[in-house]
Design a protein around this ligand. Structure first.
Ligand SMILES: NC(=[NH2+])NCCC[C@H](N)C(=O)O
Length: 406
C-alpha cells in the first residue's frame, strides 16, 4: 500500500457523554498476550490472576456480540493496527518506538530492529501486542542477550490492552491519546496513537492529548455531559495530569468545566470508573461507601488561566456544572461486605449503550438487581476470566461515536 492516505471513507467519531446512544466502539479481543502471564509476572503486568485464555476470548466475543445485537459497530484494535502497518511510515514509527528501550544495548537493538523489519504487517502487529520472549529471538548472541534471564521478555507483552478505555478517550470530535502511568502499559498508547495518526478512518483527527504529557488515563475521564468532564486523580491520573487535560480541553473549546476528583490511591480504585459510572443523563451508579464522601475541585477557564474552586461534595459540584438540580445516585443498597466484593469485581463499571441501558458483569448479582429495580435495563455478560485483570465493561471499551445525549 502506498504511504498516502487514500480511499478515505467518512466515518463519524464524536463522543460528548457517557450515555448517548452508542454507535461505534473500539475493543481489543484478548489473545496471545494473555498467554504470557505467569505467577512470576502477573503483579508487574497488573493482573490479579492467570486467566484461562480460551474462556476469556469466549467471554469477550459474547460482550462484542451483545453490543452488535444492539446495532453497535465493533472495531478491533489489532485489525486497525495491521491495516496501518501496511504504510511504510507507520511501520517505521512503530519499530522506532519499540526499539527505543534502554534495557537493550546497541547490539540487541540492531538484532531486534532487523527481526521486526522482516515481519509482515500481521506478524508485526502480533509482536507489538504479544511481545517477544527471549527464546523467540534465536538470532541474538550479544552480551545483553546472554545475560538476560531466559524467562524474561525482550519486548514486554501488553495484556492490559484489553482495557481499551485507558489508552485513549474521545472528547467531542478529538481524541486524547493518554499518558499511561504504569510502565507495564506505556506502550499501549503508542499503538493507539499510531492508529489515529495513520488510519484513513481517522484522517484529519488531531489529538487533544498525547503520551508525552503528564499522566492521564482514560478510566479516570468521565464525560458527565457535553462541556463537563470529571477526572479522577489517584493511582494513575496525577493532579498535574488533570490540570494539563483541563488546559488542553479548554483551549480546544471541548469543555467549560473540569471536575478534579481525588480517589483513593489503591488498586481496588485505580480509576474513577471503578467507583462511578453513568447510566442515564442525570444518574450515576456509585460504590455506596464513597457516594457521599467523594469530593471535587471545580476547574474553569479564567482570563487565559485556570480558576479552581472547592473542594465540594462531588454530587453537588457535578450537578451544578451540569445544570441539574440533582445528580441521582442509584442506591445499590448493599451491605458493606457485598459492596466491597462487587466493587472489586467491577460492579460499578457499567458501559451504557444508551440512556438506562447498560452492560454489566453478571456475577455482581446484587448490584445488577438494584440497577434493575431503579429502572435500568441490564445486559449481563460473563466476566470471570476477563475480570482477572480488574476491569469491567466500561474499562474494556473505547466509545468512538455516540449520539448526543437526550
Ligand atoms: N478503566 C479501568 N478501570 N481500567 C482497568 C484497568 C485494569 C488494569 N489491569 C490496570 O491495572 O491498569
Amino acid at each position: 500500500m502506498e504511504s498516502t492516505r487514500q480511499g478515505t471513507k467518512a466515518h463519524g467519531h464524536r463522543v460528548t457523554s457517557e450515555v448517548g446512544r452508542l454507535r461505534t466502539v473500539l475493543l481489543h479481543r484478548p489473545g496471545a498476550e494473555l498467554k504470557r502471564l505467569t505467577p512470576r509476572n502477573n503483579d508487574k503486568l497488573l493482573f490479579d490472576g492467570i486467566p484461562w485464555v480460551g474462556r476469556a476470548q469466549e467471554e469477550h466475543d459474547a460482550f462484542a456480540q451483545a453490543l452488535r445485537d444492539r446495532d453497535v459497530e465493533v472495531l478491533y484494535v489489532t485489525e486497525l493496527l495491521q491495516q496501518v502497518l501496511e504504510y511504510e511510515g507507520a511501520r517505521a514509527r512503530a519499530i522506532a518506538d519499540t526499539i527505543d528501550d534502554n534495557r537493550w544495548g546497541d547490539q540487541l537493538r540492531r538484532v531486534v530492529r532487523g527481526y521486526l523489519e522482516d515481519l509482515d504487517p500481521e506478524d508485526l502487529a502480533q509482536v507489538l501486542v504479544a511481545g517477544l520472549a527471549h527464546e523467540e529471538l534465536k538470532t541474538a548472541h550479544g552480551l545483553v542477550y546472554r545475560l538476560m534471564d531466559r524467562l524474561d521478555f525482550i519486548i514486554d507483552p501488553l495484556p492490559n490492552l484489553l482495557f481499551m478505555r485507558d489508552n485513549s478517550a474521545w472528547i467531542g470530535d478529538r481524541v486524547a491519546v493518554t499518558s499511561l502511568a504504569m510502565p507495564a502499559r506505556r506502550r499501549e498508547s503508542t499503538l493507539t496513537g499510531l492508529i489515529y495518526a495513520w488510519h484513513p478512518r481517522f484522517a484529519g483527527v488531531e489529538p487533544v492529548y498525547d503520551p508525552s504529557l503528564e499522566h492521564v488515563e482514560g478510566g479516570d475521564v468521565l464525560l458527565l455531559c457535553p462541556g463537563v468532564i470529571a477526572v479522577g486523580t489517584g493511582e494513575r491520573t496525577t493532579p498535574a495530569g488533570v490540570e494539563r487535560l483541563a488546559r488542553q480541553v479548554f483551549d480546544a473549546g471541548l469543555a467549560h468545566t473540569v471536575l478534579a476528583v481525588p480517589i483513593m490511591q489503591e488498586r481496588a480504585t485505580m480509576h474513577l470508573d471503578t467507583v462511578c459510572t453513568m447510566v442515564d443523563v442525570d444518574t450515576v451508579v456509585m460504590y455506596p461507601p464513597i457516594a457521599h464522601s467523594l469530593t471535587a475541585h471545580t476547574v474553569t477557564a479564567a482570563n487565559g488561566d485556570l480558576r479552581v474552586e472547592g473542594p465540594r461534595p462531588f454530587l453537588e459540584a457535578a450537578a451544578e456544572a451540569m445544570g441539574l438540580d440533582r445528580l441521582k445516585v442509584i442506591d445499590t443498597g448493599l451491605d458493606p461486605v457485598t459492596a466491597e466484593r462487587e466493587q472489586w469485581d467491577d460492579g460499578n463499571n457499567t458501559l451504557a449503550v444508551g440512556p438506562r441501558l447498560a452492560v454489566a458483569y453478571e456475577r455482581n448479582i446484587e448490584t445488577n438487581a438494584h440497577l434493575e429495580a431503579a429502572g435500568i435495563e441490564v445486559i449481563r455478560i460473563g466476566g470471570s476470566e476477563l475480570g482477572s485483570g480488574r476491569g469491567g465493561p466500561r474499562c474494556m471499551s473505547c466509545p468512538i461515536l455516540r449520539d448526543e445525549p437526550r
